[in-house]
Design a protein. Structure first.
Length: 154
């Protein structure tokens, strides 16, 4: 059974309303894709991005209180990406619902960003689903890498 199916069944079991369940699942998918596409923690360890690799990180779904759910993830990234990513996330965090919708549409119209393995709308979609309620952090690991952490509430 896939993790996605397990999450859906768990949300049904505790009778989460459909809108919240859809948001939790969509955030889970976006965060999982972020790990699969961008994590610098790879197996085999001596591989590079041009080879077939298994990327890994962590993802968790929880409920700290009734009717509040979160999805959090973490993965290794290059330190060179921290400033750009932080700037992008800070901008997203300043936007209201209309601003997020406009940014989402704008990104879809633009060319795929350099270094991106998708359309570049993942974090915007997370913010939209989480009604802007997300937090993030970066922690230095070594001279080349940092650990990226993202937590979104639904």
């Amino acid at each position: 059974m896939s993790f996605g199916k397990t999450i859906r069944q768990s949300l049904e079991l505790v009778q989460v309303d459909k809108k919240t369940a859809r948001s939790v699942f969509a955030i889970f998918v976006e965060e999982t894709q972020n790990i699969v596409r961008y994590s610098k923690a790879i197996l085999p360890e001596d591989a590079d991005d041009s080879e077939a690799v298994l990327r890994h990180g962590f993802i968790a779904v929880g409920s700290p209180e009734k009717d509040v759910y979160f999805v959090c993830c973490g993965n290794l990234i290059l330190k060179d990406d921290v400033q750009r990513l932080s700037r992008h996330l800070k901008h997203i965090a300043t936007l209201d619902s209309d601003g997020l919708k406009a940014l989402y549409k704008e990104i879809l119209k633009d060319a795929v960003p350099e270094g991106s393995k998708g359309a570049g709308v993942g974090f915007v979609d997370i913010a939209r689903r989480a009604n802007g309620a997300f937090e993030y952090d970066f922690k230095d690991v070594d001279d080349k890498h940092a650990y990226f952490y993202l937590k979104a509430y639904a």
